[in-house]
Design a protein around this ligand. Structure first.
Ligand SMILES: Cc1cc2nc3c(=O)[nH]c(=O)nc-3n(C[C@H](O)[C@H](O)[C@H](O)COP(=O)(O)O)c2cc1C
Length: 183
């Protein structure tokens, strides 16, 4: 099946869907069913990784005591306080020594988009200044680096889009600083 042919929505609708994802930080108290969360993680397996190393693993956290510890790692982790669930994405340095961070980030993005697709919401919680602390809270082996915590649940807010830098400011042609295409 060709990706575009398999779509039941138009390409424009799919692109709009990608643009409509937001970070969700307020959640309803209802816990998402495990089946649905596993469906989302199944999608994350298809993220690209260097040499197809797939260095990621996922820790589903729904124990309120564990979640509370994670919510205290820094002020930006507070969305975990009202999220019924979290997914900690770890990436194994030994499986992808050069690219474990970017590989892990790819899996995180697939999860955030898949959450959005199934009607859940999530926010990426920074982990990279608190690696040891998170490893201790969750008994994660040293070589498996927590690249993100995703606080998730059913959205209880509809945030406006955050401002985005204009495309013209981001695109260069053939060399950095050249703003016009050749043709
Ligand atoms: C690497 C990374 C770290 C982030 N850390 C946090 C965080 O610790 N707490 C938080 O509330 N949001 C965090 N975010 C979410 C960003 O604030 C959010 O993606 C950004 O403001 C754009 O908003 P949007 O996701 O709604 O488009 C993080 C995002 C990324 C990619």
């Amino acid at each position: 099946m060709n990706g575009v042919e398999a779509l039941t929505c138009s390409v424009e609708e799919l692109l709009d869907f990608l643009k409509s994802r937001r970070s969700i930080r307020r959640f309803k108290s209802e816990k998402p069913p495990l089946d649905l969360v596993l469906k989302v993680l199944d999608v994350a397996r298809f993220a690209p990784s260097a040499k197809n190393s797939q260095p990621w693993e996922f820790i589903i956290v729904d124990d309120p005591n564990v979640k509370e510890k994670l919510a205290r790692i820094h002020v930006g982790a507070r969305p975990l306080e009202n999220a019924p669930m979290a997914i900690v994405v770890v990436s194994d340095k030994t499986r992808s020594p050069t690219s474990y961070l970017v590989d892990g980030a790819n899996a995180v993005m697939y999860i955030l988009l898949a959450l959005h697709a199934v009607g859940l919401g999530g926010v990426w919680i920074q982990t990279l200044r608190n690696i040891k602390e998170i490893q201790e809270i969750l008994s994660i082996p040293e070589e498996k680096i927590p690249v993100a915590i995703i606080a998730l649940g059913y959205p209880d807010e509809s945030p406006k889009p955050k401002p985005r830098r204009p495309l013209e400011e981001l695109v260069h042609y053939n060399k950095y600083g050249a703003r016009k295409p050749l043709i």
